[in-house]
Design a protein around this ligand. Structure first.
Ligand SMILES: [Zn+2]
Length: 248
């Protein structure tokens, strides 16, 4: 019976929207006539229309939510939804958010999927790799230790990288990757561009929360904080950037 219901649900061409009500009930993601809108319950209250079929489907295929062109692990769907809502330009861009057991040097990393690198831009897709546990100089942070706003800011920064990648052609992207791997100055430039995208997409507060989380976190080493200070925009620079935006 459930199976039949599910089939009807997915096959129905009349279906104008599908809502996934998540177990947390904090976010409802609507796919409205192919257009995606991310709505956070913090902003708007919706009556949750819970489709048992849809929910079962989501549970069954793993712990990620599969949307038209986004794959998001359930555990961060709320934060990713909020971050994505700041980037309407990325609505049609395929992005997968993916956990890895651990990443070197960073907690998250955005990159184009290699298999799509030489395809036309429209078919290019990206992945945001995230470390399941964030290990830095002996300290280990789990996803659950990271406050929601900090996570949103972090994701917003990674989406900033994708904005930067998406304006480049394939060759340019390859050169970008090469330069990023050899030049500290280039890394600095790229990280600042990503931060700037986030700030100009009204994510200032989230980005500041992320900076404060790192720079005021007594358990993180001075070495790591120094690296962050060196490569990323400082809180003061972010505020300056916002001022510049406002006077434009
Ligand atoms: Zn970055």
């Amino acid at each position: 019976m459930l199976f039949k219901q599910k089939n009807e649900l997915y096959q129905s061409k009349e279906l104008s929207f599908l809502s996934y009500a998540l177990t947390s009930h904090r976010v409802v993601i609507y796919i409205a006539r192919g257009k995606m809108q991310y709505v956070s319950l913090f902003k708007t209250f919706f009556n949750i229309s819970l489709s048992l079929g849809a929910l079962n489907y989501v549970m069954a295929i793993s712990e990620s939510i599969h949307l038209k062109n986004k794959i998001i692990p359930q555990v961060i769907v709320n934060e990713a939804g909020t971050a994505l809502s700041h980037y309407p330009e990325l609505e049609e861009v395929a992005i997968e958010f993916k956990f890895k057991p651990s990443l070197k040097k960073s907690f998250m990393k955005a990159q184009p999927k290699f298999s799509t690198l030489f395809k036309p831009k429209k078919k290019r897709s990206y992945v945001i790799l995230m470390s399941e546990t964030f290990k830095i100089d002996g300290l280990e942070l789990q996803i659950k230790d990271i406050p929601e706003n900090v996570m949103i800011g972090w994701l917003g920064h990674e989406l900033g990288h994708i904005m930067d990648y998406h304006r480049r052609n394939s060759l340019n992207l390859i050169l970008f990757g090469l330069r990023y791997s050899i030049s500290q100055n280039f890394i600095r430039e790229a990280e600042r561009v990503a931060d700037t995208y986030a700030v100009t997409h009204s994510m200032k507060d989230y980005i500041l929360d992320t900076k404060k989380f790192i720079l005021n976190n007594s358990s993180l080493s001075e070495k790591y904080k120094a690296r962050i200070r060196r490569l990323y925009l400082s809180p003061d620079e972010i505020l300056l950037l916002v001022k510049e935006q406002e006077t434009k």
